[in-house]
Design a protein around this ligand. Structure first.
Ligand SMILES: Nc1ncnc2c1ncn2[C@@H]1O[C@H](COP(=O)(O)OP(=O)(O)OP(=O)(O)O)[C@@H](O)[C@H]1O
Ligand SMILES: [Mg+2]
Length: 210
């Protein structure tokens, strides 16, 4: 078997084994709200990875500065494998979607949101402005999409713009993608979508935060 054939055999094997749909995106974009509904509709298991890590103690420490847990990757992967092996279909909802072993992943949905709407939502959540800024910048720069494409390849990654949409509308878009009606790849780039004065306004607001 030449290298190309082997690669393509491995690809189809990966596809047939894949039983995890990863829902990723910047914090606050709506991953948990959407994943919960999606799991109901598909009769799948929903794993909210942050809760999974905390409930099972799969972290090394709590990083005070970053205000987040430093996860123990090896143990997280080991525990995930056990749970995934037992189920037909699993929705993993995580900002840190790249942790799921590639052979399990059938597709990755990256929820996107206009950075201005995200700003308002995270401020409403009562987050510190510096933390809000960090996440709005990540959304502006498409960090989650880029990470997902690096980990799983462009063909498995699908973006959904959630801006101004109800949970049910976003859910319908995700279901269309699962039916094979979506277009993969990096399509939502706020730096291109927004005009110059809108971008200047976003940058002005962000730069006011120390
Ligand atoms: N489509 C939507 N329209 C309006 N509000 C939404 C939508 N989806 C989620 N929200 C609201 O936004 C907030 C964040 O949603 P959610 O907890 O689902 O996000 P998340 O991506 O899981 O966040 P985290 O990364 O912190 O876990 C919640 O208050 C939720 O009610
Ligand atoms: Mg969540």
């Amino acid at each position: 078997m030449n290298v190309k054939m082997r690669e393509s055999a491995m690809e189809s094997q990966a596809k047939s084994n894949g039983k995890v749909i990863v829902v990723t995106g910047t914090p606050g974009v709506g991953k948990t709200s959407i994943s919960r509904r999606l799991a109901e509709v598909l009769n799948a298991l929903h794993i909210d990875l942050s809760s999974f890590v905390i409930e099972r103690g799969l972290y090394m420490k709590y990083d005070e500065e970053a205000e987040s847990y430093v996860i123990d990757e090896e143990r997280v992967i080991e525990e995930l494998r056990k749970v995934i092996e037992e189920r037909e279909l699993v929705i993993v909802d995580s900002h840190y979607g790249e942790i799921i072993p590639e052979d399990y992943v059938t597709l990755v949905v990256v929820l996107r949101i206009d950075p201005v709407e995200l700003w308002n939502r995270l401020i409403k959540r009562g987050w510190r402005k510096a933390k809000v800024r960090e996440n709005v910048e990540a959304e502006l720069l498409s960090i989650c999409t880029i990470n997902a494409m690096e980990a799983y390849g462009e063909n498995k990654v699908f973006e959904v713009d959630t801006t101004g949409k109800e949970v049910s509308e976003v859910l319908n878009e995700v279901l269309r993608i699962i039916r094979g009606e979506g277009i993969s790849g990096h399509r939502i780039d706020w730096l291109n979508i927004k005009n110059l004065s809108e971008l200047e306004e976003v940058i002005r607001v962000l730069s006011e935060v120390n």
